[in-house]
Ligand binder design. Sequence first.
Ligand SMILES: Cc1cc2nc3c(=O)[nH]c(=O)nc-3n(C[C@H](O)[C@H](O)[C@H](O)COP(=O)(O)OP(=O)(O)OC[C@H]3O[C@@H](n4cnc5c(N)ncnc54)[C@H](O)[C@@H]3O)c2cc1C
Length: 462
Amino acid sequence: MDLAVLDAIAQAAGAENFSAGLPQRLLYASDAGKIGGEAPLPRGVARAVDTPQISRVLAVCHCHGVPVVPRGAGSGLTGGARAVGGGIVLDLAGLTRILSINLADQVAVVEPGVVTSDLQAAAEAVGLFYPPDPASVGFSTIGGNVAENAGGLRAVKYGVTRDYVLGLKAVLMDGRVFRVGTRTIKSVVGYDLTRLLVGSEGTLAVITEVTLRLIPKPEAKVTLSALYADLDQACQGVQDVLKSGIVPTALEFMDQGTLMAVEGFAHLGLPLAARAMLLLDLDGPPEVVTRQGAQLAGLLAAGGGQPVRLAQTPREALELWSARRAAGPAIYQLAPNKFNEDIVVPLGQLAEMVRRLERVGVERGIKIISFGHAGDGNLHVNIMHDASDPAQLEAAHQAVSDIFAHVLALGGSLSGEHGVGTAKLGYVGAEMDPVALELMRGLKKVFDPRGLLNPGKLLPPE
Ligand SMILES: Cc1cc2nc3c(=O)[nH]c(=O)nc-3n(C[C@H](O)[C@H](O)[C@H](O)COP(=O)(O)OP(=O)(O)OC[C@H]3O[C@@H](n4cnc5c(N)ncnc54)[C@H](O)[C@@H]3O)c2cc1C
């Protein structure tokens, strides 16, 4: 890219909002996915300040054929914010205004850089509730959540980000600004472009404003946990809860490897012999959650949970959740590298999937650790390895292929919430109907005919 083009972009962004310096480019080279190989350096970084400025930057880049990679907090786990096609990164994390929270409409309008937990706190301060709750809630942005259709801990009861997005303001790669959706619960006028943009991983348009549905804040919460000496019993426990008629807010699973890693890391007193742990939250009116908590505790104990703990205080609830929160960092104790997969299977196939994961680990001679959102059939599967050892690296790649084959054979999907990015590009064709893939490529061409917005993501090359 020649210097005149960089100057034109800087002028469009405002000189104070653009940097082509090496430190800045290095800072924006990667996301939380830590995908192998050299991190591709963007040619520059533009800091977004408002929609008209974003429009100007995109129009200039479009005119000069410069790729643009939108970026929120960079907490994505599949390489979505990496500049693999060159060009510049457009940093939206500075757009942090909550523009309004309307009690009568139960609607929030926010800029894309608002951190998810900030919106949750602002909604709860006025008695409302924003349910999507990715484990990255303290640093991921709403724009990134929308672009990835983030899920999280409460999806089992409340669904995912898509279920709360009513409308969007966005900018096309050629600089045109447009709105889709409404601020109403219902609307069936035209194709549902709002839903199309949710989960589009920054490949169709840059989202600059989000209108979100809020709901009344639940009055009370109850937390319980159950440890199991038998893996099948733990999986049956998930089924028992889901069939009980009580819908938990969260229903999380941790396997033995996760528990051992957490214990080695956080010393919480977890029994190392336990084969699995389930962790549940219930929310609603206090008398209802108290009754349902006791009911589920009885159910889990009858199914082999030993011990089952029902938190009596908010502090005890936090203690129960601390094992789950420590899981991510703890497993890095086991090996220097991991492939972090995000598989999802139909609920009835969860137990079979867990058994197959164990089998793949044994067959490939590699440690596979899984934990995650069992109530959605969504497991975070970590294939631990040392990438500097070619044999281990090869075994880890083979394990990923085996696992994906099992997921698809069981009627599942390769990603429940982390998206495709660059990490899963090679496998999209295995899951996707070829005609559907063709339609998606056509849609990409309608939104971005020159293929400049976040190239190299989501859709495999033709
Ligand atoms: C510890 C940890 C725990 C996590 N837990 C969960 C979890 O429980 N559930 C879950 O779903 N995810 C989880 N994630 C993944 C990640 O946090 C989510 O994908 C999140 O939605 C990414 O938000 P971000 O702001 O960091 O986006 P980025 O990583 O910056 O970007 C992600 C994608 O969105 C695009 N994008 C960002 N902003 C915009 C915009 N304004 N317009 C258009 N495109 C845009 C980017 O181009 C990129 O493709 C976790 C990550 C970590 C590190």
